[in-house]
Write a protein that binds this ligand. Structure first.
Ligand code: ZN
Length: 287
C-alpha cells in the first residue's frame, strides 16, 4: 500500500471555444474601428473610438427620446399613392416597405419626454433616402395639429435627401404645408424643436428642419440644400473645409447647438422645460 496516492481527477470535457460569429462584428464607417455590434448598440451607435454618429432608424430616435422608450405611434395607415404614374414608383415603394417597414419615411408618435407630454416625428433614411413625399408632409401636419389641439410641444428629427421626385410638385407642396402648420404653432406659442441628423438636405432643410424654435444637430451631420458639387459649379469657387457640416453651420449661426446623441434627450427636455416655463431639471450640467 502506498503512502500516498495521487488522486485522479475525472477529466473534464474541454470547454467549447466561444467564438463570436462573423456577422456580430461591425465596422465604423469613419475610422474603421471594429467592434461587436452590441457595443455599438449600447453606445447608441456612436463609434466608441472616434465618436462618429452612425445612421440609426426612426424607431431608435423614438426610443432615445421618449421616457422608457414608450410611445404611441400616430397615423399608421397613411400610404403613398402614385399620383403622377411615375415609372416604377409603386415597385420602389413596395421594396421600401419590405426593407424599411410600412411607416413611409417618417414615424410620428406621442408620448412623454422628461415627464412632459410631447409629439415626436422621426424621419427614416432607410425608407427611400428619407425622401419627403405627401405622406411625410401629411404626417407632420397631422402631428402638428395634435400639438395645437393638446398644446403639447413638437419635436422633429430630420434625416433626408430631400423631396421625393416621384411625387413631383406634390412633394414640394409639403414644404409649404409643414411650414404653415409650424407658423400656427408659433402663433400659439407651442414650442417646436428641430433635430438635424446626417444628412438633412434638399427640401427638408429648406422647410421644417430649419424652422425650429431651437435647432439642434448631431455632430458631423451633413446639412445643406444643394450638394457641394452643384454649389461649387454655380459660384465657381472652392468651398471651405467642413462646409455643410453641423459644426460649420453652428459657427455661422445657422444652428443653436451641436449635441451628442447621448445628450439629445436631456438637452431637448431642458429646452422644453425652459420654453414652457417649468423649473430646470436638477442635476443639469452642461457637458
Ligand atoms: Zn469610428
Amino acid at each position: 500500500m502506498a503512502w500516498f496516492r495521487k488522486e485522479k481527477k475525472p477529466r473534464l470535457p474541454r470547454p467549447e471555444r466561444l467564438e463570436i460569429p462573423a456577422d456580430a462584428w461591425e465596422k465604423c464607417e469613419a475610422c474603421g474601428h471594429t467592434d461587436i455590434r452590441e457595443k455599438f448598440v449600447r453606445n447608441l451607435n456612436v463609434c466608441p473610438s472616434c465618436d462618429y454618429h452612425r445612421r440609426i432608424r426612426a424607431s431608435d430616435y423614438l426610443q432615445i427620446l421618449f421616457d422608457e422608450g414608450l410611445y404611441e405611434e400616430t397615423e399608421v395607415d397613411l400610404r403613398s399613392a402614385d399620383p403622377l404614374g411615375f415609372p416604377e414608383y409603386p415597385q420602389r415603394l413596395k421594396k421600401a416597405v419590405t426593407t424599411a417597414g410600412d411607416a413611409d419615411a417618417i414615424v410620428t408618435a406621442s408620448g412623454s419626454l422628461g415627464g412632459m407630454p410631447v409629439n415626436v416625428g422621426a424621419m427614416d433614411f432607410a425608407f427611400m433616402g428619407g425622401s419627403m413625399g405627401s405622406v411625410v408632409g401629411e404626417k407632420i401636419a397631422r402631428l402638428g395639429e395634435r400639438s395645437l389641439e393638446r398644446k403639447h410641444p413638437l419635436v422633429l428629427v430630420s434625416a433626408s435627401g430631400g423631396a421625393r421626385m416621384q411625387e413631383g410638385v406634390l412633394s414640394l407642396m409639403q414644404m409649404a404645408k409643414a411650414s404653415a402648420m409650424l407658423s400656427m404653432l408659433n402663433e400659439r406659442r407651442i414650442p417646436y424643436i428641430s433635430i438635424l441628423t446626417n444628412p438633412t438636405t434638399g427640401g427638408v432643410s429648406a422647410s421644417y428642419a430649419m424652422l425650429g424654435d431651437a435647432i439642434l444637430a448631431e455632430p458631423g451631420a451633413v446639412i445643406g440644400f444643394a450638394g457641394p458639387r452643384v454649389i461649387k459649379q454655380t459660384i465657381g469657387q472652392d468651398l471651405p473645409e467642413g462646409f455643410q457640416t453641423a459644426e460649420f453651420l453652428l459657427d455661422h449661426g445657422m444652428l443653436d447647438s451641436v449635441v451628442h446623441r447621448r445628450e439629445l434627450k436631456r438637452t431637448v427636455g431642458q429646452l422644453l422645460r425652459h420654453m414652457t416655463g417649468k423649473p430646470a431639471a436638477t442635476g443639469w450640467a452642461s457637458p
